[in-house]
Design a protein around this ligand. Structure first.
Ligand code: 6GU
Length: 224
């Protein structure tokens, strides 16, 4: 899998994508994440990529030409499953969407910025518009990093323990059960006895009950 991210702030994406599981998945060649500076595709002598909106209003708008040049260049090199645009008015990103995108071959993510982007980009190049939640971020970079994290950890081999991604909260619409580690008792606070019992069937039952109880209490909407 390859993910190409087009942004005006490539620096902002460097560190979130280069640690932990995302780093290891790239080292293992499970995924290649390439960040492109949109300004490199500008024909303007000042590398300008935005301009004032037609019809007035405040704020700058991302221009179509550099975006067209960037996307056209990438598409000439390989096929892409989706050209994603990060925007607060997009479809809500969630675990099922992460699962689906983790099975893609190649993805382009265009990070939204400024007041918006020339709408013709959305009409002619973008195949999927995605938001990470109902709040407004300064730009789409952090949203793109979050999406990459959620997607890449689902690629088989990215996580050491294969079971681990399957037992995530949300993967089966239930919150994950509590986990504990040594010491079994700290300041008088004890780990639940069942977890120390060595009785695997009872442990699994307990985990499932805890998942159900936590989901009913904290996220009853997931059970509907
Ligand atoms: Cl994808 N972009 C921006 N700018 N704000 C957001 C968002 C995306 N998702 C939620 N808020």
């Amino acid at each position: 899998m390859r993910i190409d991210i087009i942004t005006v702030l490539p620096e902002l994406l460097q560190s979130p994508l280069n640690y932990s599981i995302l780093k290891r998945a790239q080292d293992k060649k499970l995924v290649e994440i390439v960040v492109h500076n949109l300004r490199d595709y500008s024909l303007d002598k000042h590398r300008k990529v935005d301009d004032y909106p037609f019809g007035g209003e405040a704020g700058m708008v991302m221009q179509i030409e550099p975006v067209d040049r960037a996307i056209t260049q990438l598409k000439s090199e390989r096929e892409y499953d989706e050209v994603i645009f990060t925007t607060p008015d997009g479809e809500q990103f969630d675990q099922p969407m992460a699962n689906q995108l983790s099975m893609a071959g190649n993805l382009i993510i265009l990070c939204g910025h400024y007041k918006g982007i020339d709408y013709r980009i959305r009409e002619h190049f973008i195949t999927k518009e995605v938001s990470i939640g109902d709040y407004v971020l300064t730009g789409g970079e952090l949203a793109a990093a979050i999406m990459c994290d959620a997607i890449v950890r689902l690629i088989p081999g990215a996580i050491g323990d294969e079971q681990s991604a399957l037992s995530d909260s949300f993967q089966d619409n239930l919150l994950a059960p509590p986990v504990y580690t040594r010491p079994a008792e700290y300041k008088g606070w004890r780990v639940p006895d069942v977890l120390l019992s060595g009785h695997q069937r009872k442990i699994d039952e307990w985990k499932h009950e805890q998942s159900l109880e936590r989901t009913r209490r904290l996220r009853p909407d997931l059970l509907k």
